[in-house]
Design a protein around this ligand. Sequence first.
Ligand code: PGA
Length: 247
Amino acid sequence: MRKLVAANWKMNGLKAGGVMLARDLAKRVATGKLSSELVICPPATLLIAVAEALKGSSIALGGQDCHADEKGAHTGDISAVMLKDAGCRYVILGHSERRIGHHESDADVRAKVLAARKAGLAAILCVGESEAERQAGKTLDVVSRQLADSLPPGLAGMDAANLSIAYEPVWAIGSGRTPTPAEVTEIHAGIRRALGSQLREVRILYGGSVKPQNARELMTAPEVNGALVGGASLALDDFWAIARACG
Ligand code: PGA
């Protein structure tokens, strides 16, 4: 399975720096031998400029969120159709910073997954437990519930081409802490079981404080099919090192 390495720039980057980072990454991809697929998810203001910078490159473009509706009176929101129109192939959905910071429920996330599918985007659906849930031993329960409730009932219409899962423990994001590779393998195996045979080829990424220093051990752990990278995706050398660690 070809790994997917996604750069989640979050709310970071202005035009000049973002375009330069995307261009420099595209140059490295063109000359370096990389078997993984890369996707850059810049803030919405940079989508068009980064799309332009990535022209001719194999690096894909992704959004960080979308609205469930195609268009309408939703000030400040962006639809999946708009992301597609801007050149996106992917969209991150259900990130914990949206679930917590913007009170998105599983039902909200499910509606977005459906909108993304309809627009022809591939969703990178984020799931993950809080610190308290981990300590209570509820990780797999939480993640399984998020999967069941954030995906369409019966997984209708979902396949490996329009869906990846990102396992992102909330306590690991931006904290410098990560689960052990063995723990990641265990949770990913649980996610794989929950997805069932229909979605056997879906990629399951790990996200949360992936850095050059820990990328190899995390990315070569069984059941890990790539990474969703926040902070370290803002530095060319760091993101490149992570991509290389994936293969
Ligand atoms: P981080 O963020 O790599 O900065 O921990 C990951 C994410 O939130 O996707």
